[in-house]
Design a protein. Structure first.
Length: 341
């Protein structure tokens, strides 16, 4: 029986604040390459690193019924090559997407795989613009935000995997767009490369009052707020909403580093929702999984034509996965964050 060495990151300890390798254990074991009926053997090439992974580590109720179980492989999506197949429709060398987590190799039932067409776009886009982040951005904006031409859209976390796509999708709807990001380089990228009308660096602002004043001076008011961050950014935006504004809660990354167990109280600005008859709606990518093909049909031609910017930050080394996950919350990357095996 042929065996290969499988490396795994096992989730051992729940983090309270920042994530480190101390919360995981890197293990090696031998994996049999013998395949059962409908099984496929894959080798992971790229690992998706996403904020929801930190949410799953909370002991408090989240959108999962239970926290990520300890002493198991860290969950997550991968792009992989097929090494061997005992399932019709898959052959050695095929590119696939799977949810096999932080492990270098896996034997999976074919039903857990999705074929990737490398002729359509780079295979990494299956974890980015043509994957979960793209689905989040597209349906979060179009179904919950419902922007109209000429409206004012504000995006927090605008230089991230989801936010950078929301900026571009909103511009395609004819909206005016302001992105909030950390640092002048990211703001310049939002304006000069993604086409945002304005970009604001939140870092020089000590609080929501001055940040809100700058947003107000540029926009006059906000029709759609796509929130990836929460915290000070949201405190600054909500008092500026226009009549019947739509607020889309996609993420609250300002809380993930230590606020999942002891979240900040709030919001305390709901009177603005009342005055403006506005709506707040949370959205999760999983709610639109069954409409993935719909999103790809719309967005993939733009990607293939080079009309959508999908910047990727790629970190080399399977050993870097815990550090890469923590870097999501320090703002040290732009676009989609990936780890290459």
């Amino acid at each position: 029986m042929t065996m290969l060495t499988q490396r795994q990151w096992i989730y051992r300890q729940q983090p309270v604040g920042q994530i480190s390798a101390d919360h995981y254990e890197l293990v090696e074991q031998q994996l049999s390459t013998a395949l059962g009926e409908q099984e496929v053997l894959i080798e992971s090439a790229y690992f998706s690193v996403d904020p929801y992974m930190r949410i799953g580590q909370s002991s408090k109720p989240t959108y999962d019924t239970e926290a990520h179980p300890l002493n198991t492989v860290q969950q997550g999506a991968v792009v992989a090559r097929v090494l061997a197949s005992n399932a019709p429709g898959y052959a050695a060398g095929d590119w696939v997407q799977a949810y096999s987590g932080w492990q270098t190799h896996a034997r999976l039932h074919a039903s857990g795989l999705k074929r990737i067409d490398p002729e359509l776009a780079p295979v990494t886009t299956a974890l980015g613009v043509l994957g979960m982040p793209g689905r989040t951005a597209w349906f979060g904006l179009t179904e919950s935000g419902r922007p109209h031409a000429g409206e004012m859209v504000v995006v927090s976390g605008a230089a991230g995997a989801v936010g950078s796509l929301v900026v571009q999708f909103a511009k395609r709807h004819g909206a005016r767009v302001l992105g909030i990001a950390g640092g002048p380089a990211k703001c310049a990228w939002l304006r000069d490369t993604l086409g945002a009308d304005w970009a604001i660096d939140y870092k020089p602002h000590a609080g929501a009052d001055t940040l809100g004043a700058e947003i107000k001076a540029l926009t006059g008011g906000v029709d759609v707020y796509f929130d990836n961050v929460g915290g000070m950014a949201t405190d600054a935006v909500i008092p500026l909403i226009n009549r019947r504004a739509r607020i889309v809660i996609c993420g609250q990354i300002s809380q993930y580093g230590g606020g999942l167990e002891t979240p900040e109280l709030g919001p305390r600005l709901l009177h603005h929702m009342l005055y403006q008859r506005a709506t707040i709606q949370g959205m999760l990518a999983r709610d639109y999984l069954h409409r993935m093909d719909e999103m790809v049909r719309i967005v993939a031609p733009w990607v293939k034509a080079g009309e959508i910017v999908f910047e990727e930050t790629v970190i080399d080394g399977f050993e870097q996965l815990p550090a890469a996950l923590n870097s999501l919350f320090t703002g040290d990357h732009r676009g989609k964050l990936l780890v290459r095996a």
